[in-house]
Design a protein around this ligand. Structure first.
Ligand SMILES: [Fe+2]
Length: 156
């Protein structure tokens, strides 16, 4: 952990960074999941689902960077290796050979898991007096819940 002129202690910053890294890892795995589905989706809803999955991976690609750079701003190291992120993530990679409905279900679960991870990271940040990380986590959590709703709407 880098030495910073910060009101938040190095120990607290490491705890916050660890919570953020959970978010980085799961956002990264879900980026690839969305791209996998974008490529392999089939069925009558191909057009809208192909676009929706693209919207998700483009959003998540930027978000990985925002979360990882917040870790850097608070003085932490970011392990940028995919193998480390796969190990850390509660969201798993999966086979792209499934029905469009199953892809939507898998992606709803991933979005809900991400919303929960980010809400948790926001709580960790708040408990350590880091309002700025809390704000970023809230913004990301809201986005994931919005994606979850949009995906669920395809199933009803
Ligand atoms: Fe594409």
């Amino acid at each position: 952990m880098e030495q910073l002129n910060s009101s938040i202690s190095a120990d607290s910053r490491q705890v916050i960074a660890d919570a953020l890294y959970q978010g980085v890892s799961e956002t990264t795995i879900t980026t690839m999941l969305a791209q996998n589905f974008h490529w392999n989706v089939t069925g009558m809803a191909f057009g809208p689902l192909h676009s929706m999955f693209q919207e998700i991976y483009e959003d998540h690609f930027e978000a990985q960077d925002d979360l990882a750079e917040r870790m850097k701003a608070i003085g932490a190291y970011v392990d940028g290796n995919l193998s480390a992120m796969v190990k850390q993530s509660k969201i798993s990679e999966c086979d792209g050979q499934m029905s469009d409905q199953d892809m939507i279900k898998v992606m709803v679960q991933a979005q809900e898991a991400l919303a929960s991870t980010l809400a948790g990271a926001g709580d960790v940040a708040a408990n350590h007096g880091d309002k700025l990380t809390e704000d970023l986590c809230i913004e990301r959590g809201l986005k994931h819940e919005k994606f979850a709703w949009m995906l669920r709407a395809h199933l009803s």
